[in-house]
Design a protein around this ligand. Structure first.
Ligand SMILES: *Cc1c(COP(=O)(O)O)cnc(C)c1O
Length: 424
């Protein structure tokens, strides 16, 4: 017990390397082994019965109780190790669940709490897959989706106060690709001030759950659970994975009851992250803060230099925010500005395409968060399903290029960008 007290005081960078993995359970191996078994041998029939009772919710795990593993769609050692090791990276979290994609994490967390007749409020722009999940899948199943514009605190408050049967507030911040920020703490406070359960005449009324898609700035620079949110969600494909070589997702919460619901849906859907992928992702955790710090420094140096370039109309980046309220949210909500910037070139689509064509270090690809620099043209790729009107209103112009900065030497990247701009 003295040991766990000491561990509880460790800082995240240490904790991520030291907790959650017991070498004695992997024949002394200094790093976890991969356990590919689909099924696990019970220590006794009683232990099997107990494991099923706990899974079925017919009992509570007592402190320190060892429960036998059952079957790898429900749980397996590599998922357990990864989940234990990822918790300290998210301030305020007590539990994590890993999934085989970011979309699987979002879908499973939502379906753990939403039922037909419920409402979900979500910020726009939001990740395209999430938008299609809400509009094209949840709506036909009788769940109402209400979009609210990212960053518009007053309108978001109003929507939270007036939405009927509101169950989930889903915020993605910063928004992609224009880096608009939404005030997480304010939304959580507005939710907390809603009428307490039962007082609006409906017995089933519970306080809505606030979920944050924290893929762009977490876990290093933005801490939603510490700001009052209930669930922090990741596409681990991006910064957590960090090398553009794995698809995965994570949901973290401080509410163990909510985590039990999420895990039980994951067992049902069968979208737990597989052992080999868990092992890979586990090797990436100790360096996520190192990588993100370097990526953020690279992005900031280059974004601030390019903002004054004659061929560039505007650079979207937190340290370059012109709007006072956006600057305030950034200062209060984020530790560093992060590795994503969007560059709006004068000369529209032609200029943007010429720029992309002439980059030699940065590669033209979607996705983000890897150690290599990637650039894409949102209007013709990630956001091509949008109407011209919506794109224009959101500031996603013909000349806009989104860049995910890697860990290369920033001077080489700047040369690459300046050279490509000369060819425009
Ligand atoms: C990539 C991404 C997702 C989806 O994640 P996958 O791992 O591709 O399923 C969700 N949200 C954001 C913000 C993303 O960037």
């Amino acid at each position: 017990m003295a040991e766990s007290k000491q561990l509880a005081q460790l800082r995240p960078d240490t904790d991520v390397l030291t907790r959650g993995f017991d070498p004695s359970l992997s024949v002394g191996s200094a790093r976890p082994a991969v356990f590919r078994s689909s099924t696990y041998v019970f220590s006794s029939p009683e232990a099997a019965e107990r494991a099923f009772d706990l899974m079925g919710g017919r009992g509570q795990r007592s402190p320190g109780e060892n429960v036998d593993l059952v079957y790898s769609r429900f749980n397996h050692p590599n998922a357990q190790i990864l989940e234990d090791q990822i918790v300290p990276l998210e301030p305020g979290a007590s539990a994590a669940a890993v999934f085989n994609s970011g979309m699987a994490a979002i879908m499973t967390a939502l379906l753990a709490v939403l039922n037909p007749g419920d409402t979900i409020l979500y910020t726009v722009p939001i990740y395209g897959g999430t938008q299609t999940l809400i509009q094209g899948f949840l709506q036909p199943f009788g769940i109402r989706g209400i979009p609210v514009t990212a960053g518009e605190s007053e309108a978001i408050d109003q929507a939270i106060r007036t939405a009927k049967n509101l169950k989930v507030v889903l915020i993605e911040t910063p928004a992609n690709p224009t880096i608009v920020m939404t005030d997480i703490r304010r939304a959580c406070e507005t939710v907390a001030k809603l009428e307490p359960p039962g007082t609006n005449g409906s017995a089933s009324h519970e306080r809505p759950i606030v979920m944050i898609d924290n893929t762009f700035l977490g876990p290093a620079f933005q801490h939603p659970l510490a700001l009052g949110a209930d669930v922090s969600i990741y596409s681990a494909t991006k910064y957590l994975g960090g090398y553009s070589d794995i698809i995965g997702g994570v949901a973290l919460t401080k509410d163990t009851g909510l985590m039990t619901k999420i895990r039980s849906k994951r067992s049902l859907f069968g979208n737990i992250l597989q052992p080999d992928e868990c092992w890979i992702l586990d090797t990436r955790l100790p360096t996520v803060t190192l990588r993100m710090n370097r990526q953020s420094k690279n992005a900031q140096r280059i974004a601030e230099k390019l903002a004054r370039h004659p061929k560039i109309r505007k650079v979207y980046y937190p340290t370059l925010f012109g709007d006072k309220e956006q600057s305030r949210i950034f200062q209060e909500q984020c530790d560093f500005p992060g590795g994503l910037a969007s560059i709006d070139l004068k000369g529209g689509k032609r200029a943007a395409f010429d720029f992309l064509r002439n980059l030699s270090l940065a590669r033209n690809a979607v996705s983000l968060g890897g150690v290599e620099t990637l650039a894409c043209h949102p209007r013709s790729t990630t956001h091509s399903a949008w109407s011209a009107k919506d794109l224009d209103e959101a500031g996603i112009g013909e000349g806009l290029v989104r860049v995910s900065f890697g860990i290369e030497d920033w001077r080489d990247l700047l040369n690459d960008f300046e050279h490509a701009l000369e060819q425009v």
